[in-house]
Ligand binder design. Structure first.
Ligand code: HEC
Length: 103
């Protein structure tokens, strides 16, 4: 009985660790997105020069965002987005893409 309790508490602890980790990853991207909200809206539905980011796939988001960072993508207002992306690392851009794709 005592052993069973030990096993159960270990399982519980392991479960909690996984949940805490997920929340942490989510809030990082959420913090990064805070500075995009003003232009794109809290759920990405606000058009910016005809671009709506809500509904874009992870692949499209990574491609466009990395493209702004590297100067290989963009329309006539790309300078705005290049400024936004130049300060972010590739890893930060990927986590942002995964976050926005869930909108
Ligand atoms: C000052 C306003 C502004 C801010 C802040 C801003 N954006 Fe943008 N975003 C734009 C504009 C304008 C465009 C269109 C640029 C162009 O002509 O290529 C755009 C384009 C995009 C696109 C490409 C959409 C497409 O269909 O090609 C993505 C993705 C995007 N923004 C994500 C973000 C993310 C993520 C952030 C925050 C890190 C952010 N934006 C911050 C104004 C903004």
């Amino acid at each position: 009985m005592k052993q069973l309790l030990i096993v159960l508490s270990l399982l519980l602890l392991a479960g909690t660790a996984v949940v805490v980790h997920d929340v942490q990853a989510g809030s990082d991207a959420e913090m990064l997105y805070a500075r995009c909200k003003g232009c794109h809206g809290a759920d990405g539905s606000k058009p910016q020069d005809g671009h709506v980011i809500q509904g874009m796939s992870v692949e499209q988001l990574e491609e466009t965002l990395l493209g702004y960072k590297n100067g290989t993508y963009g329309g006539k207002k790309k300078a705005i987005m290049m400024g936004q992306m130049s300060r972010l690392s590739e890893a930060q851009i990927k986590s942002l893409a995964a976050y926005i794709a869930e909108f």
